[in-house]
Design a binder for this molecule. Sequence first.
Ligand code: NAD
Length: 248
Amino acid sequence: MMLQNKVAVVTGGTRGIGLAIVEKYLEHGARVILFGSRRETVDKALAYLKEKNPAWKPEGMCPNLNSPSELKDAFASIQSNYGALDILVNNAGISQSDKLYDYKPEDFEKIMDLNVLSVLYASQAAASIMKEQGGGVIINTSSMVSLYGQPSGVGYPASKFAVNGITKSLARELGKDHIRVNAVAPGVTETDMVRALPDAVIQPLIATIPLGRVGTPEDVANAFLFLASDMASYVSGEILSVDGAART
Ligand code: NAD
């Protein structure tokens, strides 16, 4: 029980890596509010979690992550209902892989809006509450492409480089308020999207990973557990790779 009674918000918590983080936090005693983009997907995730363990009491909300005022209201209501906000995981994200010659400006903006601006807005709203209560933890989902780029879809790695910049800068700015800020940089992780890839695509990919397999959402969630817990009490400003050493 590494997070007993901690209050945690996980954005993009309805599936994939976010849902694995929610489960891991619940297993470790946290009270979790998951954010999703639509009520139906939020309710589906809550039903899955409650079936898995009826003792868990997760809740769900779907504020617009690009609205600072909606986020402020959502966090204020969480603080008033739960008495605290200890952990914020900024995990919601989208990717896009068009070549530069076909790249649409609106797609670049869409990626920046969700992957970067929402991280800023949610961190701003949460940090005000954390400062007032004497501290907290913010963890962002970055990506291994934030270190080395990728050969197409320039907006996605650009957004994750920005996430690393926000992480390192806020760690320095918010340290005095006892708020730790870190990021996890997953490699290829077996979410629905990756599971749907044919063997002909996935096998050559696996061949480039020194640990010889893609990551599981649980591999990634374990890093989020460590960083959220007191085991990481002196870790801030870190970008923790969880990628089987596939750093090329
Ligand atoms: P996913 O598509 O399975 O889940 C994305 C989550 O983001 C969902 O919960 C969805 O509801 C939410 N979301 C999407 N658009 C939204 C919007 N406009 N407003 C609010 N929420 C929205 O993806 P995933 O693979 O689990 O990715 C989660 C995070 O991990 C992302 O930040 C992604 O960039 C990062 N990541 C994934 C991989 C991978 O291989 N899967 C690797 C590195 C990093």
